[in-house]
Design a protein around this ligand. Structure first.
Ligand code: PRX
Length: 684
């Protein structure tokens, strides 16, 4: 079943921005052979204060043996991102269009923001930042939940050329401090607190701790600007939701807390309330014109050495790439309502909650809550409420919702959906088919988008009106992207085969450096294979040329000389009707080199017994081959996941070998799960 090909529905294809494979191939070829021409035409749709020079459109070096790595797009041109996202759309008559529908953690809290109001708020806050001494090139740290002030703060930075560094508001104070220190941020923006499901997070007090730590290391953040988010939630008369109409402001049955009850500590010299500062701020602010390669933002991502890497994206290339991928991959059309569930604290939220949609004048949902609150059908009720047409989420979310059964999905009218997106990890065919058949009623295209913090936007992805889909395959490269598969020795794998996934040339939206550490940038991404950007992922190409990303190369394992990916085995295990989620790691084996150690989360009500273990072993044997039969199948009522939902395999590998020295677990959503897994470890 998984090998079946699913064709885009003809109605969608007829209206699509790219409506056939022939068109895709022609556009892709042009983007590779004549990048200046291809992107030059796209660039014309944006506003440039200083026009793009044709002869300087694109230059780069990907080969470290020939000198430093560099990537330049549209050198000499100047522009401003907030101007392109806001002023341009308002000038074109889109001022009254909704930019964001905000949906709070509690379904009773909601609000909306038009393009005109967003522009005004951005300008006001840009003026606030200026009053705090922020100017072009300064870094601004942001530690906020999914509220409207977050995109306002980001765009206000871009208005004046400041570089935002957003830290996901689920990170600890240590992690926040480490990132503030590395970027030497001048200002920090946060909220008093936030409800995530039924859990209250004291964001301001986490910031206080982080700023203490930063101070001890000799850096001082000059201002901490605090949105009174809790206060307005519990008090309808409290500070307005960025002046854009109030939240419903319902007092929560005594369960919710206001700012006063949070016992906020306050440093009068450093801390100030967002609403106080905004009160007198001017609603207009002339944009600072930025050079094409001026920094736009820093976003930290984890690195193998443990020290986070400050991925740096720049202005013009990121703008046109975010805009173009959004337009084609989600096939957005006027009137559509788009929803990406990712937190803005991750790259997916940067590019596909904020920059990509706004660059297209789109209307989006900005969701503060979780899929499980107040009930496990929250996603489907939000899709129904806003009549969402494009829904972009993660396989881990899909799998966790699958286990509640089909009834919760069927309860809601999801007929507005046209395109479904998946991101973050390989999507197993079981989850893909559930998403396709149940959520998408068998008529929506699924965009399984492969990309990374580093790539800035989608790099391998189907186009919904053009690409015949195979469940689990990210299919073909986006415009401007030229992937190759390389073997251990760096030789190109032609045709059907498997190898390291690399890219031959830059596309406009890729990272330019690691903030403050160009050397690390070069060694991490360009040293392994000279002349290529190395993703760190493995991939397969099938006989039809489809690319299947198999997971991080460090998650590859070799059993008796057979190279396989843990994701491949997980996908098979997850197909079993009793399995909610599976995670597979390698364990050293005296004879085979490595063997498979599988952690299984059964569906609710399923008994984890010998019969299930045998069935799973048999299934893997049958689907992949006898060499792939797992040696161990362990019961895992939960898996060690980061707050963004990524499984921490490093920890599972330790559990597999019985090594209690698991290292840092502070980024886990639930640290208790580790001890439980040690207890449940079978004696093998
Ligand atoms: O291993 C790949 C996996 O996520 C990694 C990038 O993670 P991050 O920088 O956090 O960005 C996540 C959101 C873009 C990749 O190296 N990955 C992401 N999307 C996919 C994927 N693996 C397979 N299929 C995908 N669609």
């Amino acid at each position: 079943m998984a090998d079946r090909i699913y064709y885009p529905n003809s109605e969608l294809a007829a209206k699509a921005h790219c409506g056939s494979m022939a068109q895709y191939k022609q556009m892709h070829e042009k983007s590779i052979k004549e990048p200046e021409k291809f992107w030059g035409e796209i660039a014309k749709e944006f506003y440039w204060e200083t026009p793009v020079l044709d002869n300087k459109f694109f230059s780069y070096n990907f080969d470290i043996t020939k000198g430093d790595i560099f990537i330049n797009w549209m050198e000499g041109a100047t522009t401003n991102i907030s101007f392109n996202l806001l002023d341009k759309n308002v000038k074109n008559g889109g001022g009254d269009k909704i930019a964001f529908y905000w949906e709070g953690n509690d379904p009773d809290d909601y609000s909306r923001l038009t393009y005109r109001k967003l522009l005004e708020e951005v300008c006001r806050f840009a003026n606030v930042l200026k009053s705090k001494g922020v100017s072009k090139g300064d870094r601004v740290a942001i530690y906020m939940p999914m509220i409207l002030e977050l995109p306002i703060a980001m765009l206000a930075c871009t208005r004046i050329g400041a570089v935002h560094s957003i830290v996901f508001a689920g990170y600890s104070s240590d992690s926040l401090a480490e990132r503030i220190l590395d970027s030497k941020a001048k200002v920090l923006i946060t909220t008093d607190g936030v409800w995530r499901g039924e859990k209250l997070l004291h964001l301001k007090s986490i910031c206080d701790d982080a700023l203490e730590k930063v101070k001890k290391h000799g850096h001082e953040v000059q201002s901490c600007i605090v949105v009174a988010h809790m206060r307005r939630l519990s008090n309808p008369q409290g500070p307005a939701n960025c002046g854009a109409g109030k939240t419903n402001g319902v007092v929560k049955n005594g369960t919710q807390t206001n700012s006063n009850e949070l016992n906020l500590s306050w440093d009068d010299d450093r801390d100030c309330w967002w609403h106080d500062e905004m009160e007198d701020a001017e609603p207009s602010c002339y944009p600072v014109w930025m050079a094409a390669e001026d920094p736009l933002f820093i976003l930290y991502t984890s690195g193998s050495t443990g020290k986070p890497k400050g991925v740096l994206h720049t202005t013009a290339g990121y703008l046109i790439y975010a805009a173009t991928t959004f337009k084609y991959v989600f096939d957005y059309h006027p009137g559509d309502v788009y929803w990406c569930t990712a937190d803005i604290g991750w790259i997916t939220g940067h590019t596909y909650v904020v920059y990509g949609p706004l660059a297209n004048g789109a209307t989006s949902v900005l969701f503060e809550g979780t899929p499980f609150f107040p009930a496990n059908d929250r996603y489907w009720s939000v899709v129904d409420k806003y009549k969402v047409s494009q829904f972009y989420t993660a396989p881990t979310a899909i799998r966790s919702l699958m286990k509640f059964g089909d009834g919760l999905v069927k309860k809601h009218d999801l007929s507005s959906l046209k395109v479904l997106g998946s991101v973050g990890e390989p999507i197993n065919s079981e989850a893909w088919l559930w998403f396709y058949n149940l959520v998408g009623h068998g008529v929506c295209s699924i965009a399984d988008t492969f990309w990374q913090t580093e790539t800035g936007g989608h790099v391998i992805t189907p186009l919904p009106g053009a690409t015949p889909m195979k469940p689990g395959s990210a299919t073909f490269p986006f415009f401007g992207v030229l992937p190759e598969l390389l073997d251990e020795d760096g030789h190109i794998v032609e045709g059907e085969g498997e190898g390291y996934l690399v890219f031959r040339q830059p596309w406009p939206g890729m990272m330019r450096t690691l903030y403050g550490n160009h050397q690390r940038f070069q060694t991490t991404y360009f040293d392994r294979f000279h002349g290529y950007y190395c993703t760190g992922d493995g991939a397969k190409r099938d006989a039809d040329g489809y690319l299947w990303v198999t997971g991080r190369v460090d998650d590859m394992l070799n059993v008796s000389g057979h190279l396989m990916s843990t994701a491949e085995v997980e996908s098979v295990l997850a197909e079993h009707l009793s399995v909610a989620e599976a995670a597979v790691v390698s364990k050293p084996h005296a004879v085979k080199g490595q063997c498979l150690y599988c952690f299984i989360t059964p569906n609710e009500g399923v008994t984890f017994d010998k019969k299930l273990q045998d069935e799973l072993k048999k299934k893997v044997r049958e689907r992949i081959g006898p060499f792939a039969q797992p040696d161990v199948i362990q019961h895992a009522p939960g898996l060690p996941k980061t707050r963004s939902g990524k499984i921490m395999r490093r920890i599972l590998r330790k559990i597999a070998v019985g090594d209690k020295n698991v290292g840092d677990t502070s980024t886990l959503a639930d640290e208790g799960v580790v001890e439980l897994l040690f207890q449940l470890r079978p004696q093998v």
